[in-house]
Every structure is written in structure tokens, then in C-alpha cells.
Design a protein around this ligand. Structure first.
Ligand SMILES: *[C@@H]1O[C@H](CO)[C@@H](O)[C@H](O)[C@H]1NC(C)=O
Ligand SMILES: *[C@@H]1O[C@H](CO)[C@@H](O)[C@H](O)[C@H]1NC(C)=O
Ligand SMILES: *[C@@H]1O[C@H](CO)[C@@H](O)[C@H](O)[C@H]1NC(C)=O
Length: 489
């Protein structure tokens, strides 16, 4: 135990699987076809009443057309069927459907919900009509009800109750969710080939050689839960990720690099954002026994397949669960069971816990909250993601924040962590500083590495390769922003 514990790793994120930050260029295909992506939130305003369609009570009732500016239930999340056809999901998670010709939101089973074709006046216009699966157009009636009973339409006049104006709504700071679900479902029949090309070319053996040369001794690989079902992953995912992961283990062994497996996208999504492969922003992880059971099966799949591999260093159970949607209780129940499963295959592989995030600044759970759990089990690590999400203008303010505030937090962590190790599992050189000089960017990187080096499980950078340079470790090294000598030691 001792030897491994004093072995201070420097870790690095390898974006082997294309989850959000490592967006393949093919993502542009989707951008052109917007809003044809899963999870986009849309409001429909009737041109006649100038009110929005909304789900009465948020769902479980009629769709009505009486929503004004203050209405909270006028958000419809798209589930893409094909380029123009969608299911609509309302705030309380029911799907929009028909009872006779009346439009309602009562079913929770997507396969039993109705589909709607969105017919746009033209690509650049906000005017649309909605055609229901019964072949009729929706109309906003004067009595506030919505019905699908108009057979023929003409023109786009402002007195036509079948015409709506659409608005795309920003949710969690994004208008479009751009994750694996959107990408693969959006690519449709082309997904298998395009994704395979990406898996074959994005990370290759040469990357492992380069990492070794740069002094990197481990990679943290983000995984989607569907990899456990390869070669027949469920809709909309395509096969190929398991082979890519096998390759990573082969190359890691050859080049002396350790691997940390990181369940980045768990069944049902643990945070609702793109990188957890959420379909429409909803967070279903941990809500049912079946869901936790399925996640444990996924962990068992990876533990069994790679548990005896000499390059396996640790398994991270659940990346960035979101507070308060994911409860501490569900994390604890799941983590104890997962730890037990991993120990069946490997007595000393580290089991890593990622702290809960919150999107609400003033209501963030303590970053110490997982230490009691971690300390009740053996070979455990607590992972914190330290990004610079400050809106400081001056570069020096960011650098000072690292040197003062992060240093203080690190000291606190290292004096209260107990047996569990501390890991800065994600950081980057992204910041909001205005007009920084190259020297300042270098100092920013250097200051971060100095502080994160103190973490007794090490750190990893998000990510190895990225189109956005400040999130690309490779680019930052190759362009002299990050000094290799600081990593090598
Ligand atoms: C949803 O409906 C379909 C078709 O009726 C059925 O086969 C399926 O079992 C239902 N799923 C759930 C979760 O109820
Ligand atoms: C950083 O620490 C300083 C000094 O203790 C404090 O005044 C400041 O509010 C902290 N900054 C942030 C963003 O927490
Ligand atoms: C990266 O950071 C530098 C320095 O802050 C900035 O000048 C540059 O615009 C950023 N690049 C990208 C692609 O964000």
C-alpha cells in the first residue's frame, strides 16, 4: 500500500472518446441543420394570440395557448426522430401527444408519444407550423386549447392560428446540447462510418509516445456507459469505442503509461450536460434502483475486462454528479457497491470519487463532502475539478487567485483528507482574462501546475487534444506555454 501511495502521479486527460470538448469537425453537420438536435429547448408563440404554447401545470394535462411572459411552463425539449420530425418533452417530463384531436402532455413513455413535423417558412425565418402524426396541423384556438385538426393551410399570415413563431431558449448557459447523443443521433445513418473514422484517427499510438516523451505518466479516459454494450450499444450509439479503449490499453502498456477509467456519461445522465450524453438536459441517474444497478453492471464490465491489466491505475465511478439532483445518499449506495465489485477483480486499483457540482454559485456542497465515504473504503481518491471560472479582467488577478486561494484550498484538503488521496482531475488554461500576454499565459499555466503538483494523487489536464487551444495540453506544450521540464522532473 505504502509504495503506491507515495507514488505521485502526474496525470493527463486523454480525450479518447469524443465527448463534448473533443468535438470532431463533423459536428458542423449538425450546426447547419439546427434546430434538428436532441435537447434543444424551444418556445412556440402563436402569431394570433401572441402567447406561448405551454403545458398546463408543467405536464400531465392539456397543452394550452395562454402562456404570457411570466409563464414557466412554455419550454419544449426536442427529441429528434429525423431532420424535421420530433417528439416534444414538457417541463415535468411528459411527452406531447394527442387525445383525439386535442393536444395534451400526459404520456411518459416516449414510444407511445406523438411525433410532430416542424415545417419552417424558410431556413432563416422564425415562423413554423406543426404537423401532427395524424396528418393535421396544430392550431391555437381562441378558447386557449390546442388542436390538431387543420387539413389545409396557405400563406404565413399573422391571423392564421396554425402559424407559430419559435424561439430557442438558453438552458444551463447553452442553447444547443452538443454531446455524443446529439452527434450520433444527428448523424443518423452516417454515424457508424463517421464515428469509426474519428475513433481510428483522433488518438493513435503516436499520441502515447508523445505523452511519454513529455513526461506524462498516466491518462484519464472518459467513458460513455454504452461502451460496455459494444459491439451492440443501444440507440443512438454506434460501436467502435471498446476497440478504441482496447487500443489505449495496448499502447499504454507499450509506452509505460497508466490508465484511469472515468465513467463520464452514466446511464440516464448524472448532470444533464453534453458530456454526460444527456438527450435533453434531464438528469435521471440515481433515481431508481434499476438505474444504479445498470451503472454497477457497467462498472463490472470495465473492472472485469481491464482489472488484471498492468496499466490499470484506477476507476472513477461517476464524473461530476450535479447537486442537488444527484443525492449524496445515491452516490454513497452506488459507490460502496461499485467499490466492492472492483475489489473482486483488483485489490489495489484506486477507486475515485468526483465531487458534486452545482450550477448555483451560492449553493455549492462542501468540497470535503465525499471524504468520509472515501475514507471508509480502501485505496480511494477524491477528484476535484479546478477551473478558472472567474470573471476577472486582469490576467494577474487569475494568477493571484491560483497562488493564494487555490494554495489555501489545497492546504486545507491535504490536512483534512485522511487516507483518501487528493486529485485535481481536471484543469485547463481557459480563462476570461482580457488581452493577456504570452508571458502571462505561461505564468498562469506554471502557477497552476505548482499548486496541483501538491495533490497527493496528482492532476490531469482536460484535454490532450482540442480545437480550442487553451483546452489542448498538446498544443500548449508544443507552443512553449507549458514547460515540459516542469512536468518531467
Ligand atoms: C413503452 O411503450 C412500448 C409500446 O407500447 C412498450 O413496449 C414499452 O414496454 C413501454 N416502456 C415502458 C418503460 O413502459
Ligand atoms: C481569494 O482570497 C482573497 C484573500 O483571502 C479573498 O479576498 C478573495 O475573495 C478570494 N477570491 C475568491 C474568488 O474567492
Ligand atoms: C487562449 O488564451 C489566450 C491567453 O489568454 C488568449 O489570448 C487566446 O485567445 C485563447 N485562445 C483560445 C482559442 O481561446
Amino acid at each position: 500500500m505504502g509504495n503506491l501511495r507515495i507514488w505521485i502521479l502526474k496525470l493527463l486527460v486523454l480525450a479518447l472518446l469524443p465527448i463534448s470538448q473533443s468535438t470532431p469537425s463533423h459536428m458542423n453537420i449538425q450546426k447547419k441543420a439546427k434546430p434538428a438536435v436532441d435537447g434543444t429547448t424551444i418556445q412556440f408563440k402563436s402569431v394570433t394570440s401572441q402567447k406561448n404554447l405551454c403545458a398546463n401545470s408543467g405536464g400531465g394535462d392539456f397543452i394550452v395557448t395562454s402562456c404570457d411572459e411570466t409563464c414557466e411552463f412554455d419550454h419544449f425539449r426536442l427529441w429528434r426522430v429525423n431532420e424535421n420530425t420530433f417528439r416534444f418533452r414538457v417541463p415535468k417530463n411528459q411527452f406531447v401527444g394527442l387525445e383525439g384531436t386535442v393536444v395534451v402532455a400526459v404520456v411518459t413513455n416516449d414510444t407511445e408519444s406523438a411525433t410532430f413535423e416542424i415545417i419552417r417558412e424558410s431556413q432563416d425565418s422564425k415562423l413554423v407550423r406543426l404537423k401532427a402524426s395524424n396528418g393535421y396541423y396544430l392550431q391555437a384556438r381562441e378558447d386557449n386549447s390546442v388542436t390538431a385538426d387543420v387539413k389545409t393551410v396557405s400563406g404565413w399570415g399573422s391571423s392564421d392560428p396554425t402559424v407559430f413563431s419559435i424561439t430557442f431558449v438558453e438552458v444551463n448557459m447553452h442553447v444547443y446540447i452538443e454531446g455524443d447523443f446529439q452527434l450520433q443521433n444527428g448523424l443518423g445513418s452516417k454515424a457508424a462510418q463517421i464515428m469509426q473514422e474519428h475513433y481510428d484517427t483522433f488518438v493513435v499510438e503516436n499520441d502515447f509516445e508523445l505523452m511519454r516523451n513529455y513526461g506524462i505518466n498516466a491518462v484519464r479516459i472518459p467513458l460513455g456507459w454504452w461502451t460496455a454494450y459494444d459491439p451492440n450499444p443501444p440507440f443512438p450509439f454506434v460501436s467502435g469505442t471498446l476497440k478504441a479503449l482496447d487500443n489505449a490499453f495496448t499502447w499504454a502498456k507499450k509506452h509505460g503509461i497508466k490508465i484511469i477509467l472515468d465513467l463520464h456519461a452514466a446511464p440516464g445522465s448524472q448532470n444533464g450536460v453534453a458530456h454526460s450524453a444527456s438527450r435533453d438536459g434531464s438528469i435521471e441517474w440515481g433515481k431508481t434502483y434499476d438505474n444504479i444497478q445498470q451503472t454497477l453492471e457497467v462498472i463490472e464490465f470495465f473492472a472485469e475486462r481491464y482489472g488484471k491489466h498492468e496499466s490499470l491505475y484506477g476507476i472513477e465511478l461517476l464524473n461530476e454528479p450535479l447537486y442537488p439532483y444527484v443525492t449524496l445518499k445515491s452516490i454513497e449506495d452506488y459507490s460502496r457497491a461499485a467499490h466492492k465489485i472492483i475489489r473482486k477483480y483488483n485489490p489495489t486499483a484506486y477507486v475515485i470519487f468526483s465531487i458534486r457540482l452545482s450550477f448555483v454559485d451560492l449553493d455549492v456542497p462542501s468540497y470535503m463532502e465525499l471524504f468520509p465515504l472515501a475514507n471508509s473504503l480502501d485505496y480511494t481518491v477524491v477528484d476535484l475539478h479546478w477551473y478558472n471560472l472567474l470573471d476577472y479582467i486582469k490576467p494577474q488577478e487569475h494568477i493571484d487567485y491560483i497562488k493564494v486561494n487555490r494554495t489555501r484550498q489545497m492546504t486545507e484538503l491535504l490536512s483534512n483528507n485522511g487516507e483518501a488521496l487528493v486529485y485535481i482531475g481536471e484543469w485547463s488554461c481557459f480563462w476570461s482574462a482580457q488581452n493577456p500576454t504570452t508571458e502571462e499565459l505561461k505564468e498562469f499555466a506554471k502557477a497552476q501546475i505548482e499548486v496541483y503538483d501538491r495533490a497527493n494523487f496528482g492532476w490531469s489536464f482536460w484535454t490532450w487534444k482540442n480545437n480550442d487551444k487553451n483546452w489542448s495540453f498538446k498544443w500548449l506544450i508544443e507552443n512553449g506555454i507549458i514547460d515540459v521540464n516542469q512536468i518531467k522532473r
